[in-house]
Design a protein around this ligand. Sequence first.
Ligand SMILES: NC(=O)c1ccc[n+]([C@@H]2O[C@H](COP(=O)([O-])OP(=O)(O)OC[C@H]3O[C@@H](n4cnc5c(N)ncnc54)[C@H](OP(=O)(O)O)[C@@H]3O)[C@@H](O)[C@H]2O)c1
Length: 341
Amino acid sequence: MAELPTSYTAIEHALDQANVVKAMLGLKPVTKKLRNPEPDELLLKMEAASINPSDIAFLQGNYQIKKNLPTVPGFEGSGRIVATGHLLDAKKWLGKRVSCFTQQDKDGSWAEYFYAKPSEVLLIDERLDSAQATTFFVNPFTAWGLCEIALLRESKTIVVNAAGSRLASFLYQLASMHQIEVIGVVRKQSTVEQLKELGWKYVLNENDTDFVNQLKTLALQLHANTAFDAVGGPASGILLNAMPADSENVIYGGLSNKHLADIDPLGMIFDNKMITGFNLIDWMAEADSITLETAQKTITEIMLSGKIKTWIQADFPLAEIKTALKTYLGNMSAGKVILTF
Ligand SMILES: NC(=O)c1ccc[n+]([C@@H]2O[C@H](COP(=O)([O-])OP(=O)(O)OC[C@H]3O[C@@H](n4cnc5c(N)ncnc54)[C@H](OP(=O)(O)O)[C@@H]3O)[C@@H](O)[C@H]2O)c1
């Protein structure tokens, strides 16, 4: 192992700001002292880190996960293990390439080095490029968990909003592998066209004047009984109200920053419609090891085959965090922006 430096650079977030521009401008690179890992910790030399909607919500103080400030943001990334705590098997871990994900109250992944517990890392195939390795954990596994719900509900068709997202693209691929049709809902005509070019058969623009009727007709015709909702706010009511009886709307994101609204209570009372929530951390905690190993192996294989891939629109060095966030927020459907080290 190469000798480790005594310090490293990380991005610091000192104050939650509801205004996303202010939140972005408040970020700054800081120098931190590199310490030995705690007895049960791994030390990762980071390769890259993701920027996800949850990071934006966190900077705004709008996320469920709160940390003591100042802190280093970033929930996901990838790197190589360069040191291990004395309680861990160094032979098993040292030199391994891993994807990491944490929501603990500690410094996150927007840093040259990151301290992780073994439960917060997944071994990564060396053949995956850094973009795929970095985005391997959160979206693919969430899509896997959501697809499991569709299979349990024997859905012939699912409805997915924010369909231009990376997560939706994984969900589309996994659903297609199980012959489940997908109705995508987006908010921009350019995203409708982008998805159609990628082979999506059914994509609706929620800003079309006739959107609700189009969704109602298609959902009924294709027997859609599960919706996966990353938006919240009035979109949640619009989705569930337009779906046939016995439908479930699974809320897994809050991109609108609004509380669920406009849900027709009669649909829930007389048509057995339901609203539930999904959270990756809880799903992973409940999933057995065989499910997790199968998901990891299958996701790796399909990523390597090129069938599923996280599109990356740009990568930036850590020092350019503000430009990276601005690029990402400027067009989230164009692909992920990652930080590279
Ligand atoms: N529950 C969980 O465990 C879990 C785990 C992972 C991810 N998620 C959630 O999954 C969602 C997608 O994540 P991702 O990383 O795949 O996103 P992403 O690739 O960064 O893309 C975000 C997408 O959301 C769309 N969008 C943003 N704000 C919107 C709004 N107010 N109304 C409609 N569409 C909007 C964007 O469309 P435009 O181009 O039109 O802006 C873009 O297509 C997020 O909500 C994230 O928090 C949840």
